[in-house]
Design a protein. Structure first.
Length: 92
């Protein structure tokens, strides 16, 4: 089964990281890191049924991606009171 191979998840992580660079919105980076973490878990032997069960693998991927996205949002997201103020128009 292809989803149980660690290199598939790492390749997916690289593809999502490239997409993040092209789109740039801090959305795909969480998914890329989540996929890389699933690939790492599978490369280290997996956690029980993780490699043999697609639904469980996808749930682990979703939970890891959400956790990474929340951490990234906390670290690099918009801070309270941080608002961009435009004092000069680009057409002036």
């Amino acid at each position: 089964m292809i989803w149980s191979e660690w290199w598939v998840w790492v390749a997916g992580a690289l593809a999502l990281a490239v997409l993040e660079v092209l789109v740039s919105g801090w959305i795909f980076l969480g998914f890329a890191i989540g996929a890389a973490l699933v690939g790492l878990i599978l490369a280290l032997g997996g956690i029980g049924l993780l490699g043999s069960s697609l639904p469980l693998t996808l749930v682990v991927f979703a939970v890891l991606s959400l956790a990474v996205w929340l951490v990234l949002r906390r670290l690099v997201g918009v801070r309270e009171g941080q608002v961009k103020v435009w004092d000069k128009d680009i057409n002036e």
